[in-house]
Design a protein around this ligand. Structure first.
Ligand SMILES: N[C@@H](CCC(=O)N[C@@H](CS)C(=O)NCC(=O)O)C(=O)O
Length: 374
């Protein structure tokens, strides 16, 4: 059976498509997810390039039933998807309709996101100057931020008192760039992002993403265990038997003490720019590029022992990461220093007294995700 409301979202957790997922939740839509693993480059496989030749998420396909051919309408680009979906569910009231005086401002702020804000943010993230004012699609960065600030100062939402699909788009976009330190952390932006992020639909979307990532990590662990068993079996036949118990497999988890678990969870969610994948009153775990950062509230935990251990988390830009940690309330523990060969290393004290290290090491390539945020 086909229906104009039969929506498939091509999605990758914690990417731009999370905004579209949150919108589907806000709309109360009945939708299917087709999940792509960007790190595994599934977005560049022919099957997906047939949906979006640019190999980007989000994309939606509409009007194709579960058994029908893949001939439904395809929409790509966040802004187009948002406009399309919010109009598809007019009863949700998230899209002022033609004739409504807010329709113009609604379309303006939707488009401003894609045609001004994102280009400005990308240039800023790449530390690039914009093109000449007359050529640049956004003018200059400060002007863009000034325009958004002025608009948000007028009400809790982009269209004043009325919450619309525009806010789902901007709540997610501003949330990401606050986390990456690309815009000034003004009270106005922080409060706006929190207002949108705490909406039940947006929380549901974040929880779905966390569950998808946890399932992906569990599948990867199972594959690694199966591969390890196969390698061990092969090695066993060629070499004298040795106990697997003593073999080290690499770093898995760095556990930090967190007597105030709620505060530590909030702080590390901010620092890492992601929610935990494991969240229980007795332990909170974050998946950091395949390694676990754990928070342990147990005051009886003995910690690292007399010698102490400092775990250094790999970063692409140690100065930026260190500065951001300080801006988020960490204190300097070991000043950032250049130890040769382009390696920069330093450590801060997190607000709970743990030593938290960062290292930028161009010579040390990990197998896990050194690709930046998608
Ligand atoms: N113009 C697109 C941009 C989408 C985009 O860049 N998506 C990223 C995820 S945040 C992506 O799919 N990256 C995969 C890749 O480039 O390989 C839109 O507005 O939807």
């Amino acid at each position: 059976m086909r229906s104009a409301r039969d929506v498939t979202l091509f999605h990758s957790p914690q990417s731009r498509s999370t905004g579209a997922l949150a919108l589907l939740e806000e709309l109360g839509a009945d939708y299917r997810l087709q999940v792509l693993d960007l790190q595994a480059r599934q977005q560049r496989e022919p099957a997906y390039l047939a949906i979006n030749p640019l190999g980007k998420v989000p994309a939606i396909r509409v009007g194709t039933g579960p058994d029908g051919p893949a001939d439904g309408a395809v929409v790509t680009e966040q802004v187009a998807i948002f406009i399309y979906l919010a109009d598809l569910y007019p009863e949700a009231g998230l899209a002022p309709q033609p004739g409504d005086p807010l329709r113009g401002p609604y379309l303006r702020w939707m488009s401003f996101y894609g045609s001004c804000f994102e280009p400005a943010i990308v240039d800023r993230a790449m530390k690039r100057d914009p093109a000449a004012y007359s050529t640049s699609p956004y003018g200059d960065f400060d002007a863009v931020i000034g325009v958004i600030t002025a608009q948000l100062a007028r009400g809790p939402y982009f269209l004043g008192e009325r919450f619309t699909a525009v806010d789902v788009l901007w709540g997610q976009g501003l949330g990401w760039i606050l986390r990456f330190g690309l815009v000034p952390r003004s009270d106005l932006f922080v409060a706006y992002v929190e207002r949108i992020r705490s909406r039940p639909a947006v929380v549901r979307a974040a929880a779905k993403d966390a569950a998808l990532l946890a399932a992906r990590a569990a599948a990867a662990d199972a594959r690694a265990a199966a591969g390890g068993a196969a390698r061990a079996a092969a090695a066993e036949s060629a070499a004298p038997p040795r106990s697997p118990a003593g073999r080290f497999l690499g770093l898995r988890t760095a556990k930090y003490r967190a007597p105030d678990l709620a505060r530590a969870k909030a702080w590390y969610s901010e620092v890492l720019g992601q929610p935990p994948y494991f969240d229980e009153p007795f332990y909170v775990g974050f998946d950091v590029g395949g390694f676990e950062l754990g928070l342990d509230p147990d005051p009886a935990d003995p910690g690292e022992g007399p010698g102490g251990v400092t775990v250094y988390w790999g970063v692409a830009d140690a100065d930026a990461a260190y500065g951001r940690l300080l801006a988020l309330g960490a204190r300097e523990h070991a000043a950032l220093q250049d130890v040769g060969e382009g390696i920069r290393i330093g450590a801060v004290l997190d607000p709970f007294g743990n030593v938290f290290g960062v290292v930028q090491n161009p010579n040390f390539k990990m197998r896990s995700s050194e690709a930046g945020p998608s």
